[in-house]
Design a protein around this ligand. Structure first.
Ligand code: ARG
Length: 375
């Protein structure tokens, strides 16, 4: 409840007084059908078991684990203080849709609680929800947020200025106004970052509790988000448009942050701490069957330039000397193998770990004396 009071105070311009007028239906439009706006989210006080008692703002699912809302909705609020409800039309129907916790809040840079500019925040959900996210209006949609364009706002906010929030999700069609209409009412708004949106008819508007919710155009899969409910002067007053955060001005921030919050970008991969321990190579199993396979086992880091096996046979009266180098192949971490023919006689095998330039010893090698006899 205190959250609701706070958002109201934050959003009502000084001097605006709450008048109750029963016949002013704010979202004047209509009740939403179940599933009509699947990405519609409600921010609900964590202590209210009945979401209809605890709703204090709207939001839009922009990724399975990310909800976009207004900055003033989460002003002074921590992630443990509220839940997000999605997939529900009638808020009090606790069995519908999903109610999930919040793990993080990311406020738009430059959020100013006095001028209410940069009124946007992203909320990370503690689990992915199964509803369809709403796409942001793209660069090609600029014409759709120009003055005169038709847009829709939806929410569970008050249905009358000073009235109670609605248990049923409602929506109303509004018209984008020129910024100057809002400048006259609110002092200068930021045309690049805010939208001025109203109706020709009194009694059609968003209201307290709708904040943070979506302003969009298009139906179904073609719907695109253009605004976030931010503030107004009362609700539904004649010739009194409201102010909405212009989503296109935040598109790259939203996309980037939402990707991170959604878990799409793994934390910058921590460069694997190199095992600084110098390699030690041990000559392991030697098995011969026509040709031979010599296994080399490495502890510590792998030799930078690989391992070479030096096969040496001393020259005798009856046999020529042999001095051959064979490069080992890495077969798995810490395990290298050399496939080679080994000559008959008494051999000395040297396993030599090499530096990257392959001109020096990298770590500790191994020596083994064996005798290969014909069978
Ligand atoms: N700031 C309000 C809220 O916190 C939304 C007000 C919208 N007002 C309007 N007249 N369009 O819910």
């Amino acid at each position: 409840m205190s959250l609701v009071a706070m958002t109201l105070l934050a959003a009502l311009p000084a001097g605006a007084q709450a008048i109750t007028s029963r016949d002013v239906k704010i979202l004047g439009g209509a009740e939403a059908a179940p599933g009509q706006f699947p990405w519609m989210a409600a921010l609900v006080d964590v202590d209210s078991r009945n979401a209809a008692d605890g709703i204090f703002c709207g939001g839009t699912v922009v990724a399975p684990r990310v909800v976009l809302t207004a900055g003033h909705c989460v002003q002074g609020t921590t992630a443990d203080q509220f839940d997000v409800v999605v997939g529900r039309t009638r808020l009090s129907r606790g069995t519908d849709g999903e109610r999930v916790g919040v793990t993080q809040i990311v406020r738009a840079p430059g959020w100013n609680s006095t001028t209410l500019v940069n009124d946007a925040a992203l909320v990370q959900l503690d689990k992915a929800v199964s509803v369809t996210p709403l796409a942001l209006a793209g660069a090609g949609d600029a014409a759709r947020e120009a003055a005169g364009q038709s847009v829709i706002v939806s929410g569970w906010g008050a249905t009358a200025e000073g009235g109670d929030v609605s248990d049923t999700l409602k929506y109303v069609r509004l018209t984008v106004r020129s910024t100057s209409r809002c400048n006259a009412l609110f002092g200068t708004i930021n045309a690049g970052k805010q939208l001025c949106v109203g109706s020709n008819r009194a009694g059609e508007d968003s209201c307290q509790g709708d904040s943070g919710g979506p302003l969009f155009f298009g139906d179904g899969a073609a719907a695109r988000l253009v605004g976030i409910v931010s503030f107004g002067d009362g609700c539904g007053r004649a010739n009194t448009p409201g102010v909405y955060t212009r989503v296109s001005a935040y598109a790259s921030w939203i996309t980037q942050e939402a990707t991170v919050l959604n878990g799409g970008t793994p934390e910058p991969t921590p460069t694997p701490t190199p095992t600084t321990k110098k390699p030690t190579v041990r000559i392991g199993k030697i098995s011969c069957n026509y040709s031979c396979t010599v296994t080399l086992n490495v502890t510590g880091r792998e030799p930078a330039g690989g391992i070479v096996l030096n096969v040496v046979r001393k020259k005798t009266k009856s046999r020529k000397g042999v001095d051959r180098f064979v490069l080992a192949k890495k077969s798995s971490s810490g395990r290298w193998t050399v496939k080679t023919e080994l000559p008959f006689g008494k051999l000395t095998l040297y396993a030599i770990p090499l530096t990257a330039a392959q001109d020096d010893l990298d770590g500790n090698g191994d020596v083994e004396r064996i005798e290969i006899v014909p069978n």
